[in-house]
Ligand binder design. Structure first.
Ligand code: NAD
Length: 471
C-alpha cells in the first residue's frame, strides 16, 4: 500500500477527493499518493489565506521573522527524515538531498536577516515623503521538481516575511517533501498564513487564473512561464518568473586543466544536470580542448550513476518520465545527425537513467546546443577568438547565468561584463546566496528572487506625503 500525504489548508490537514501517484524515479514505481486538489479545494485555500491576511500584515515584522525562524528549525530538526523522502521522490543521492533540506532551512533563516526599507525621497522644511513597501495580499507560489524544497523556501521566506499570506503548489512529480513540511510548520503560523496544496496538471492553470491572488511567484520552464504571464494579464496580477536557461561557460587557455576539470564537470552534471543554472554549453579554447575533453570524458566514465538511496552513487536518475523521454529524444536527434557522443559509465537498466554524455564539438545550431537539455547531455564547443565566443554565448533566447574560467581574473571579469545574463561566475559555478538577486535576462525570467530586491517583489511601493506643519 502506498503512503498518503495531506495538504495544509487553514492550519489543518486536508485530503482531496482524488489523489495523484508519486513515483520513485530510480525504479519507476509508484510508492506514494498525494492529494489532487480541485477548484473547490483551491477556493478553500485562497479563502483561508484571504481571511488570514489582515492580521498577518499587521503582525510586527519581528514576530513574522521569529515564526519563519521557528519553521526553519522544524525543518532542520527533521532533516534526516525529509532527506530520505527527498531521495525517493526526487532521485538525488542522499548527501545532496540532505544539503537541499538544510539549505532550505538556512535560506529561510537568512531571509529574516533582511529588512524592508522605508525610502525617504524628500525631507524638506515643508514635508517628508516616505515610500513604504507594503504586502500585496495572497500570493500564489508555483515550484518545479528539480529543487522542490529549496525553491519553495525561496518563496515562503520572503512572501511571509513581507506580510503576505501564501498558497504554495509543488510540482506533481515532487509534492511529498513540501506536503510533509506543511505538516511540520502548520502550527508555527496562524491558520491560513501558509497553505500547501498539491495536484495534477490542471491545478497550476486554475491557480494562475484565480482572482483571489494578488501575485504569482513562479519557477519553472520558459514555456510555462509564458502561459503564467498570459493568465496573469487578465487581472494584472503581479508576477515573478524564474525560468529556464542555456548557460554557457567559457574556458580560457590559461586554466590548469587538471585543477578545473572536476569543478566544470560538477557545474554541468550536478543533480543529473537538472539545474536551471547548470552549465549547458561548455566553450573550451582550442589549445586545451582535447586535454579537457578527455579529462571530462574520464570523469563521466568514473563517476557512479544509480539509485540515490544506495551509498556511493554520485548522480541519480532523471526526475520523471516525460523529462527522461525528452532527453532520450535529444540524444536520438544527436545520433541521427551524426554527432559524436562520448558516453559515461553504465547506468541501471530500470528507472529513468541516462548515461552522463558529452557531445564532441557539435555544430552551433544543433538541438543539443540550442535547447535546454535539462539532463546529462553536455555539448563541448571549441573556440579560438574571444569576440566570437562571447557572441556565441550570447546568441540565445535565454540569459540566466554563465561562467568564465581563467588564470587571469581581470581578463575573465572583462568577459563577464560582456555576457547578457543575470549572473556570471568567475572560476566557480552554481553559487547563489540569500542576499544576491537571481534575475534571468531575456526569456530566462521576469523579476528576481533573493536579496532585498527579491523580497521587495512581494511588496508594492506606497508613498506617503507628510506635511511638516499642522494646518
Ligand atoms: P514546468 O514549467 O513544467 O513546471 C513548473 C511548475 O509549474 C510545476 O509545479 C507545474 O505543475 C506547474 N505548471 C505546469 N503548467 C502550468 C500552467 N499552465 N500554469 C501554471 N502552472 C503550471 O517546469 P519543470 O519541468 O517542473 O521544471 C524545469 C524547468 O524549470 C527548467 O526549464 C528549469 O530551467 C526551470 N527552473 C528555473 C529556475 C530559476 O530559478 N530560474 C530554477 C529551477 C528550475
Amino acid at each position: 500500500m502506498s503512503e498518503t500525504f495531506a495538504m495544509t489548508i487553514d492550519g489543518r490537514a486536508v485530503s482531496a477527493a482524488r489523489t495523484i501517484d508519486v513515483r520513485n524515479p530510480a525504479t519507476g514505481e509508484i510508492f506514494a499518493a498525494a492529494p489532487d486538489a480541485d477548484a473547490a479545494d483551491l477556493d478553500t485555500a485562497v479563502a483561508a489565506a484571504t481571511r488570514a491576511f489582515p492580521a498577518w500584515r499587521d503582525t510586527p515584522i519581528a514576530e513574522r521573522k521569529a515564526a519563519l525562524a521557528k519553521a526553519a528549525d522544524a525543518i532542520e530538526a527533521h532533516a534526516d527524515e525529509l532527506a530520505a523522502l527527498f531521495v525517493r521522490e526526487q532521485g538525488r543521492p542522499l548527501p545532496g538531498a540532505k544539503m537541499e533540506i538544510l539549505g532550505a532551512a538556512m535560506w529561510m533563516k537568512a531571509t529574516t536577516m533582511l529588512d524592508i526599507p522605508v525610502d525617504v525621497t524628500e525631507d524638506s522644511d515643508t514635508r517628508r515623503i516616505e515610500v513604504h513597501h507594503v504586502p500585496l495580499g495572497v500570493v500564489c507560489g508555483i515550484v518545479p521538481w528539480n529543487f522542490p524544497v529549496l525553491l519553495a523556501a525561496w518563496k515562503v521566506g520572503p512572501a511571509l516575511m513581507a506580510g503576505n499570506t501564501l498558497v504554495l503548489k509543488p510540482s506533481p512529480f515532487t509534492p511529498l517533501c513540501t506536503l510533509r513540511i506543511g505538516e511540520l510548520i502548520r502550527d508555527v503560523f496562524p491558520a491560513g498564513v501558509i497553505n500547501i496544496i498539491s495536484g495534477g496538471d490542471a491545478l497550476g492553470p486554475l491557480m494562475t487564473a484565480h482572482p483571489g491572488f494578488a501575485k504569482i511567484s513562479f519557477t519553472g520552464s520558459t514555456a510555462t512561464g509564458r502561459r503564467v504571464m498570459e493568465s496573469a494579464a487578465k487581472d494584472l496580477k503581479r508576477i515573478t518568473l524564474e525560468l529556464g536557461g542555456n548557460d554557457a561557460a567559457i574556458v580560457l587557455p590559461d586554466v590548469d586543466v587538471d585543477a578545473v576539470a572536476a569543478q566544470l564537470f560538477e557545474g554541468a552534471f550536478h543533480n543529473s544536470a537538472q539545474v536551471c543554472v547548470a552549465t549547458k554549453r561548455l566553450y573550451i579554447h582550442a589549445d586545451i580542448y582535447d586535454a579537457l575533453r578527455d579529462r571530462l570524458h574520464q570523469l563521466a566514465k568514473d563517476l557512479p550513476v544509480g539509485d540515490g538511496a544506495e551509498q556511493g552513487n554520485r548522480y541519480g536518475p532523471i526526475q520523471n518520465e516525460p523529462q527522461y523521454r525528452r532527453v532520450l529524444a535529444l540524444l536520438d536527434d544527436a545520433r541521427a545527425n551524426g554527432l559524436t557522443l562520448l558516453e559515461g559509465g553504465a547506468v541501471p537498466d530500470r528507472g529513468y537513467f541516462v548515461p552522463l554524455t558529452l557531445v564532441d564539438n557539435p555544430p552551433e545550431d544543433s538541438r543539443v546546443v540550442v535547447e535546454e537539455a535539462f539532463g546529462p547531455v553536455l555539448p563541448l564547443l571549441k573556440f579560438t577568438d574571444i569576440d566570437d565566443v562571447v557572441a556565441r554565448a550570447n546568441d540565445s533566447d535565454y540569459g540566466l547565468a554563465g561562467a568564465v574560467w581563467s588564470g587571469d581574473v581581470e581578463a575573465a571579469t572583462a568577459i563577464a561584463h560582456r555576457l547578457d545574463t543575470g549572473t556570471v561566475w568567475i572560476n566557480q559555478n552554481l553559487q547563489s546566496t540569500p542576499f544576491t538577486p537571481l534575475a534571468g535576462a531575456k526569456q530566462s525570467g521576469f523579476g528576481q528572487e533573493n536579496g532585498v530586491p527579491g523580497l521587495l517583489e512581494f511588496t508594492r511601493p506606497k508613498a506617503i506625503f507628510i506635511p511638516k506643519a499642522a494646518r
